[in-house]
Design a protein around this ligand. Structure first.
Ligand SMILES: [Zn+2]
Length: 674
């Protein structure tokens, strides 16, 4: 035992222990040590629920409580001898199937079932040996079998029940039931609990004495479910990664500091103290919020007031998710810290403010746009994470768009092969328009061309390209900037957005004088973009002679491969997304997937996003239609006749390919026939 813990143990006031129920101490992991200066000192570990402990102690003691944090092992050491360990109930007996057929090796079983070939198994065995990882998970990671297949064979091999992805989806609520070091040492993970039975995931059956320890630690009967090594490692990674630990430690520190400082300092004094010290825990906390966001590829950070305190939410893949509660009493310091970083007025809390700041992280420089908004007497902060500078000078000249088919890419290449003309991407905000244009720019960038962009704001810094920022206050608009750029002899111009006639007119004249112009427009479909330009005031013959192509696009969330669940949809479900009888039939007889949620995807069921594209090259026929003033439906009909895949059909294909869901289709594109 470590000397400090030994001293602590010796200083335990046994009088105090007579007042507290020993079973409660074991169950909630705490032990009162002594009373000093009217404070009751109580040892707890990180896995103890301090609120619960306070509640228990307050029924017995009048003193204020001071918690002393010790390691899980140390706490067990302290409790040892003070809490009873008699009458442990026996864990549920689990039957193991021992018939010889089921004892055969997992890999061979898969081969005999025809899931694997001998050669695949041989390769996987070599790989598993090399990586020193079990054969089952190796097969899955090599993409040779599905997680479901692996679990099925594990079940018939061992006779144990196997954990399902639905069960894993609630894991985050129960993970703290067992201490971290216990979980890691014994390879056992809490999955769920009803208060009496604790369902745990194991990679191999637990020994009796470990089952006993679980009862001792939790007061609950364990029931084991088998899980794959892959799932086990995922859980460990999710809940106990270094990153998460760092945040937890800082929050812990802030909590202690704010309790200590509560009486002596006003909030303002606290803020002031924090500002003096940029290495303080609030600064660390703020840094952690930002760097976690970068690591998780988050696009926006929201810091929002709630009835009880503040929360931090990240927007990832277009969806907001709550990540942390800000400890009470420090939200003012956290917001002040952000204001200091972005040189805002700290004292101003009633007016919205804008600012920017930069941060160096992992050898990259990241820029952030931040703004504050007063909401019901409090302040809400929103931070946009701008991607770091991207080099366009790479040798890889391929256009890469996630979700685009080879056909789609080929069509885009055709469009940009002409050195003059206008290419537009269209869609609502956040549909990935700019990313598509950057990818096109990347494919066109080399020493022989001059590429200039006009943006508002510059979302991604591109190396080897001249980027200029629109500034309406200073009179620098898209149109005026464009005129200045045209005098600089560019070959390719990217205009952030065409939203008025003036910009459109300059874009058209640039195209007419031999430049390639790339830009975005807010419209719903490729064909509607054409008519939108004419509505803006452009002459139809100028549109038909300069426009080379339109790419309409949306982003849908991509199903998580780890937890997606196969099913066949009903006619009603199919009819939500198509009215075409042949397609309804096809959808109903194709195995498609629904989202479930696991720790690999943050329990959302989706991971990453997928582009949905509608690519319309302006053919001669379409040029003719435009100059005749055709309706956008006529233009679309003609384009479809000549092979254009509509947004709806492109998303339909993603569903058939098992990459997204019917729900995502409806969320992004709406119900069919409306
Ligand atoms: Zn998942």
């Amino acid at each position: 035992m470590n000397a400090l813990i030994l001293r602590l143990k010796n200083s335990i006031d046994k009088q105090l222990l007579t007042k507290v129920d020993a079973t409660l101490m074991g169950q909630h992991q705490f032990i009162p040590i002594s009373v000093k200066d009217n404070f009751l000192f109580v040892a707890v570990s990180k896995s103890s629920d301090k609120e619960e402990v306070s509640k228990i102690l307050k029924t017995k003691f009048n003193n204020s409580i001071k918690f002393m944090l010790v390691g899980d092992d140390d706490l067990r050491e302290l409790l040892n001898g003070f809490i009873p360990d008699t009458n442990l109930p026996h864990p549920l007996e689990q039957k193991v199937n021992t018939s010889s057929e089921h004892q055969s090796k997992l890999g061979e079983m898969l081969v005999s079932e025809g899931v694997l070939t001998d050669v695949q198994l041989k390769n996987a065995l070599a790989e598993s040996k090399k990586k020193n990882s079990p054969i089952g998970s190796t097969l899955y990671e090599m993409g040779l079998i599905s997680l479901d297949q692996l679990k099925k064979v594990l079940h018939s091999q061992t006779g144990y029940d196997v954990v399902s992805s639905e069960q894993l989806s609630e894991q985050n609520r129960f993970i703290n039931i067992l201490p971290e070091d216990f979980i890691k040492t014994n390879e056992v993970i809490p999955i769920s609990s009803d208060g009496k039975t604790l369902i745990v995931g194991v990679v191999k059956p637990l020994k009796q004495d470990i089952l006993k320890q679980i009862i001792y630690l939790t007061g609950q009967n364990p029931r084991q479910l088998l899980m794959t090594h892959y799932e086990y490692n995922n859980s460990i990674e999710t809940f106990f990664s270094q990153q998460k630990k760092a945040t937890d430690e800082i929050i812990e520190q802030i909590k202690t500091e704010s309790i200590e400082g509560e009486e002596s300092a006003t909030l303002w004094e606290q803020v002031d103290a924090e500002l003096q010290d940029s290495t303080g825990s609030v600064a660390k906390f703020v840094n952690q919020i930002i760097t976690n966001a970068i690591d998780n590829r988050v696009s926006d950070i929201h810091i929002e007031p709630r009835l009880s305190g503040y929360i931090v939410r990240y927007r990832k893949d277009g969806m907001l998710q709550k990540v942390i509660d800000i400890p009470q009493n420090v939200e003012t310091s956290v917001i002040a810290r952000f204001k200091v970083m972005s040189r805002m007025n700290i004292a101003e809390q009633r007016r919205p403010q804008d600012g920017t700041f930069s941060l160096s992280y992992n050898k990259c420089s990241y820029d952030f746009r931040i703004n504050t908004l007063p909401v019901s007497g409090k302040e809400k902060v929103c931070i946009r994470v701008l991607a770091p500078a991207v080099s366009l000078a790479s040798n890889d000249k391929q256009i890469k768009l996630v979700g685009a088919s080879d056909d789609d890419i080929e069509k885009i290449k055709q469009m940009v092969s002409c050195p003059n003309g206008i290419i537009l991407t269209s869609g609502p905000t956040g549909s990935g328009k700019t990313t598509t244009l950057y990818s096109v720019l990347k494919s066109l960038n080399d020493e022989s061309v001059n590429i200039t962009t006009i943006e508002d704001p510059i979302e991604i810094k591109l190396e080897g390209i001249n980027q200029s920022q629109v500034n309406a206050k200073a009179g620098i608009t898209f149109a005026s900037c464009m005129r200045a750029i045209l005098r600089q002899d560019p070959d390719i111009i990217l205009v952030g957005e065409i939203r008025d006639y003036e910009t459109l007119e300059t874009a058209i004249s640039a195209a007419l004088t031999g430049h390639l112009v790339l830009s975005t427009v807010h419209t719903n479909s490729a064909a509607a973009t054409v008519t939108r330009l004419i509505e803006m005031g452009a002459k139809d013959y100028l549109v038909s002679s300069t426009l080379s192509g339109v790419i309409a696009q949306r982003l849908v969330r991509k199903l998580c491969d780890d937890c997606k669940k196969e099913y066949y949809c009903t006619r009603e479900e199919a009819m939500q997304i198509t009215r075409d009888e042949a397609k309804i039939e096809l959808l109903m007889k194709t195995p498609i997937y629904k989202s479930v949620g696991c720790n690999k995807c943050g329990f959302h069921g989706y991971k990453g996003r997928l582009g949905v594209y509608e690519i319309m090259p302006i053919t001669k026929e379409i040029k003719k239609l435009i100059s005749f003033g055709a309706h956008d439906l006529e233009i679309e009909e003609n384009a479809v006749k000549n092979g254009m895949v509509t947004l709806n059909n492109s998303c339909f294909n993603h569903i058939i390919n098992g990459e997204t869901t019917i729900e995502e289709f409806i969320r992004v594109l709406g119900l069919a026939g409306e």
